[in-house]
Design a binder for this molecule. Structure first.
Ligand code: GLN
Length: 286
């Protein structure tokens, strides 16, 4: 019995280490998932963006749909829970302002990053806004809005860590989040520098693993790590930002075209009116 359990554990671990940085599917197994997402995934926020007059207007257009839009759990300053327990952030404020401008209604689903993309592919969600990088590989599956924020990948280590280069990662374990550009980048250099990647479902458990000293570093979007550090997380970034892609709002390829068009039109209006800068300045001090 014990041996059977061992074998099973080994199989699970192997499956986990073999799984590339792809989004998880229902039967994906990972070495480190958190259950926190389960509650987060079920938490939805109703956003009555459209005023009644706008509702009447959109109904007249036959567009009385409430779009289901999925986001990440912890990805500050793009989406995160504030002290009052509300989901806020650049992505969410931008989405709200765009929906008000364009007169569409949506329900926000706080799903987690890989769950958001998996759900989009399964038709559970109409769109994803989650600091999602516009990559060539993703463009084969999704249609993206115009880019709304430039980003890249960074490596964070504990503030008192001696790790100062990728060479220092030799023989060590690093943390990355499933399905992300940070994870894909870590994977692209793992063999060269001889480190192992431990994958996490969400950023907060990934950070905890580094803070606890299990992983010696984590790979995550540079501005997000910068924001964590500015909020007092005891990390530092010994290296420059690696090239990454800009963020876009995503729908499934060829679907929800009208939503994508409204997002782009609203984004342009937000940029023209100064609302876009106002939202950014709420979270990122210049
Ligand atoms: N920008 C990264 C990506 O698209 C990470 C997104 C996230 O973790 N929410 O892969």
């Amino acid at each position: 019995m014990k041996r059977k359990m061992m074998a099973l554990t080994m199989a699970v671990l192997m499956a986990a280490s073999l799984s590339a940085c792809k989004g998880s599917s229902a039967n994906d197994t990972t070495t480190a998932t958190t259950t926190a997402d389960t509650t987060a995934a079920e938490k939805t926020e109703d956003t009555t963006a459209a005023e009644s007059s706008e509702v009447a207007e959109s109904e007249a257009n036959g567009a009385d749909k409430v779009y289901k839009i999925a986001t990440d759990t912890t990805f500050a300053p793009f989406e995160f829970e504030n002290d009052k327990g509300e989901m806020v952030g650049i992505d969410l404020d931008l989405l709200k302002a765009i929906a008000e401008d364009q007169g569409f209604e949506y329900e926000l689903v706080v799903a987690g990053f890989s769950a958001a993309t998996t759900g989009l592919e399964a038709g559970e969600y109409d769109a994803v806004i989650a600091g999602m990088s516009i990559t060539d590989a993703r463009k084969e599956k999704y249609d993206f809005s115009e880019p709304y924020y430039d980003s890249g990948v960074g490596m964070a280590v504990n503030a008192d860590s001696d790790i100062a280069s990728y060479e220092d990662l030799n023989g060590k374990t690093v943390a990355a989040k499933i399905g992300t550009e940070g994870c894909t980048f870590a994977e692209s250099i793992a063999d060269q520098y001889g480190f192992t990647i431990m994958q996490f479902e969400d950023s907060s458990s990934m950070y905890q693993d580094v803070l606890a000293g299990n992983s010696v570093a984590c790979f995550e979007d540079y501005p997000v790590l910068g924001y964590e550090i500015s909020r007092g997380t005891a990390f530092k970034m010994p290296l420059e930002m690696e090239h990454g892609n800009s963020y876009g709002f995503a729908v499934l390829k060829g679907q929800n075209t009208e939503l994508l068009e409204m997002f782009d039109a609203g984004l342009k209006n937000m940029k023209d009116s100064g609302k876009y800068d106002e939202i950014l300045n709420t979270y990122i001090s210049k």
